[in-house]
Design a binder for this molecule. Structure first.
Ligand code: ADP
Ligand code: MG
Length: 292
């Protein structure tokens, strides 16, 4: 873990000065307050609404209990505030689609879906911010599965033109502040669909849907699929999950080099020790602005 950490620190040393500042909750909230006063926020009218099955999330290891739960909540807070600061704080004006955040990783099994769902819950719990969790991993659609949405129309159906309005496929939930956009039908042309102009339009539309809402994409592995590289060109921020003991350093470097040139990249070290199956934790959050 320390090896990768050191390596990333090295490759990002140049960009460190521009690192997103990790503001406190209070300062981010005060930065958005005036904007919020100006904008009338109309709640979204969902055509479909589900109840989140907490037991299913727990069964799949997404929600945890005991001491680990508190640890995880704290870790999610540490990840959340820099993301919210980039999305809505002063520096957001310099970032296009700053509120659109993609959870990415070089390879599979590094904790993208775990992080995306827990982070979404953590943001939803904030009174001032909402979150739309988008399943951008069309091939696996794990996030959709976790919420029982595999049979629902979603991203691919909208991109292929079968569903005309995006609000037809966004699903409301009983968790205040949390809405979901399922992956939709697996489509052999998924990568082309995600690379299409319609995708770029979709991301822009989603980013403008409601003020103070983070659009959080779960995604497919950068080194194993083409879609995520393309998606990274449309989002404002990337949260790069690095399974500290698993991902070789060259893979991390290569993954970073394939991301969009202007996107803000923050790395999260997921210190999961899968071989023991017990002690998982998200390692220290280390924010930086990567410049190619
Ligand atoms: N920090 C963590 N704590 C507990 N479980 C984790 C953690 N990170 C990942 N996992 C578990 O490891 C497995 C792989 O993670 P997942 O999020 O599905 O990876 P990815 O989406 O990158 O393929 C899942 O079973 C997930 O619940
Ligand atoms: Mg996943």
């Amino acid at each position: 873990m320390s090896k990768i950490h050191t390596a990333l620190q090295k490759i990002t040393a140049a960009g460190e000065k521009k690192a997103a500042d990790s503001r406190t909750a209070a300062s981010v909230k005060s930065a958005i307050r005036s904007e919020k006063e100006h904008r009338q926020s109309t709640p979204l009218q969902y055509k479909q609404q589900i109840e989140v099955n907490v037991a299913l999330l727990a069964e799949n290891g997404i929600t945890v209990s005991g001491d680990h739960a508190r640890e995880l909540r704290d870790e999610m807070r540490r990840i959340k505030w820099p993301v919210l600061a980039n999305a809505f704080g002063d520096q957001s004006k310099e970032i296009e689609r700053s509120n659109v955040v993609m959870v990415a990783s070089a390879t599979s099994g590094e904790g993208k879906t775990f992080t995306a769902v827990n982070l979404a819950m953590s943001i939803a719990a904030e009174k001032d911010f909402d979150v739309l969790l988008v399943d951008g991993d069309i091939a696996k659609s794990h996030a959709s599965e976790l919420f029982g949405l595999t049979e629902y129309a979603g991203v691919t159906d909208y991109l292929s033109g079968e569903v005309p309005h995006i609000m037809d496929v966004i699903v409301g939930t009983d968790v205040p502040g949390l809405s979901l956009l399922p992956a939709g039908r697996a489509d052999e042309h998924a990568s082309e669909l995600i690379a299409s102009n319609r995708m770029s339009g979709l991301v822009t539309d989603l980013s403008e849907l409601v003020p103070n809402t983070v659009v959080l994409f779960d995604s497919s592995p950068i080194l194993q699929t083409n879609e995520s590289q393309v998606l990274s060109r449309n989002v404002g921020q990337v949260l790069l999950v690095v399974a500290a003991s698993k991902t070789p350093q060259p893979a991390v470097k290569e993954a970073v080099s394939l991301l969009g040139p202007d996107v803000i990249v923050n790395a999260i070290f997921n210190g999961m020790k899968s071989s023991f199956g017990k002690k998982y934790r998200l390692g220290g959050y280390y924010g930086y602005h990567y410049q190619h």
